[in-house]
Design a protein around this ligand. Sequence first.
Ligand code: SF4
Length: 73
Amino acid sequence: MSADWRIEVDARRCIGSGGCAGMAPAHFRMESGVATPIAAAVEPTETVIDAAESCPVEAIAVRDDDGSLIAPA
Ligand code: SF4
């Protein structure tokens, strides 16, 4: 069994591009112009790494259950 990953969005940094919600609609939604994780903990999936890597302002952090940063690299 693999441990969950944690997703955080820094709302102060997010510029509301909507890229993450478009790329990973199962994991991010837009709320008042700011991205919000749909669930704070997710099963490990490449999709959330891709979203974190693609965020133009690096507002998304994906961490393992120890708190170590997985993405963005
Ligand atoms: S990709 Fe980054 S800047 Fe764009 S909505 Fe998501 S968190 Fe915000």
